[in-house]
Design a protein around this ligand. Sequence first.
Ligand SMILES: *Cc1c(COP(=O)(O)O)cnc(C)c1O
Length: 362
Amino acid sequence: MTADYDRLQKGESMSWEENVRKVVPYVPGEQPKIKNIIKLNTNENPYSPSPFVYKAYEEVDLDDYRKYPDPTCSVLVDSIADFYGVKKENVFVGVGSDDVLAMAFLTFFNSDKPILFPDITYSFYDVWADLYRIPYKQIPLKDDFTIDPEDYKGENGGVVIANPNAPTGVKLPLEAIEEIIKSNRDVVVIVDEAYVDFGAESALPLIDKYDNLLVVRTYSKSRSLAGLRIGYAFGCEKLIKYLLDAKFSFNSYTMNMPSLTLGAAAMRDREYFEKTTAKVVETRERFKVELRALGFEFADSATNFVFARHPERSGKEIFEYLRSNGIIVRRFDKPRISEYLRISIGTDEEMDKLISALKEIV
Ligand SMILES: *Cc1c(COP(=O)(O)O)cnc(C)c1O
């Protein structure tokens, strides 16, 4: 007792701590409590969810919530299978694509060889690899932030590619993605398509051709439902079955009732989805022109954000200036990209305010 007390006082670790799985967690972009800010830091959609979601919400019977939700998530899985014209056996759903990806890492990456992903990419990949003790190798993007498929041809325990990539916004043509899948038939290749709806070609049609391909998607960006936490994945039946086995060994009820019913409702509204994504793309293209006119430099973005730097002003300086003017963007204090700002595409009005603010500083 006293010995323990002394150790604690001295800040020394207790013996139980030797057996703790120590991790350095992922840090998501901030969700400020302040009202009236322009929030362009986490790539959420500026438009409301589909009216179909509002209607389904009105029809919710709270008494149903006494019961457990459907562990097979059939209403949601069926809506996704219908929308994309695949079989329900090809679809897996999770609590955001973060959950889907975490489950996929756990299920598919169990080799002694390192998994491969770019040095600049979604910063959760190395966190999951560390959490699960999966060896990994981060492959440098080329200077123009593109991925060279040749770099993904060595021996490895699996591959993860975000396409388009984040936070760069750069897309890889489908032929290059296919080349990576084809040269890695003995491991699983995960293609994270969180932003694909804003302008890249999906690898979805390849799931029939390659049984080692998992395509991961989310409701958080193109379907305006980050708050509901819904992600999904496509793969061959066998791959999906392995994912389900792992999921049912972890938590049978990952998806709550509102996610199932409201998520299915959102998926049924193709027209609204197409209209809102087209609007985001239109705003992005206009924003690119204005940003370039202010001297910003950026690789062409196929997403709902632009990753840009200014040759004469530091990333930190612009970030702080914008923040003090009520505009929040994202900056990563990491090698190669610390001068860049990742700016989510908001409404036209929000982007106009951002441009006006930028004109004051650059
Ligand atoms: C936003 C994002 C995710 C996670 O999305 P959720 O579905 O909200 O968990 C996954 N991958 C990339 C590249 C993202 O940008």
